[in-house]
Ligand binder design. Sequence first.
Ligand SMILES: [Zn+2]
Length: 275
Amino acid sequence: MRSPTRVQPGIAMCNALTIDVEDYFQVSAMAPYVARSEWDTREGRVEKNVDRILAMLDEYGARATFFALGWVAERYPQLMRRIVDNGHELASHGFAHKRAKDQSPAAFFSDIQLAKVVLEDTAGVQVKGYRAPSFSISDADDWAFECIERAGYSYSSSIYPIRHDHYGSPDAPRFAHDVRERLLEVPVTTMRLFGRNWPAGGGGYFRLLPYMMSRWLLRRVNYVDQQPVIFYFHPWEIDAAQPRVHGIDSKVRFRHYINLHRMEGRLRQLLFDFQ
Ligand SMILES: [Zn+2]
């Protein structure tokens, strides 16, 4: 393990904590098992889980960016206001959690435009950021960035520069870069090792890997790359008691339910270890 030497001791880098505000049944991997028409019939747990996150962030004096679905904002408008009232940034995860690549440019544009209007009306703030469901935009998708810019967003955090079966854009730049004249892309954090990028910025990998390993990866980004970490997780990841979706593929089951009971403790450690 290389020790951190390239940053002056005592200078902590400020990182970005981001939360994709959606419920357990809206995850893309669950789409084959839970139809959109069933969403309103499932037990909603996102509000309670986000309130737990707000309380936890308050304890550590941390502020985060919440990429919320327009669908969630319509059903829980008070929750959007609580996010803003607690000093956090409200951003957009689109309206209906459809992957960018699965839609026509026109349908994609209307989804992200609707989400922006709903979130801004609900919370009374300007929404500047957008994150595509399942990181479903690659660096080659200029049509999508054109839509995001035209919808009035000023940044996107939609690229995960890794190789993954459901998403990823392994050759995209690893750090924030301009993708349009008025649009900045802020990719989720990866670590560069053995000539390829490894996932480091959260999600299932953070639940899968031992915490010490995640911390080592993230510290390298701060100290070796000298870049802030862009970390993400979902409210359902701290909810070990969430209702199980039955009949799902074993890989989906493993990825969704692994170490849910450890997540809150790990997040607390993360909030303690990083600024
Ligand atoms: Zn999502």
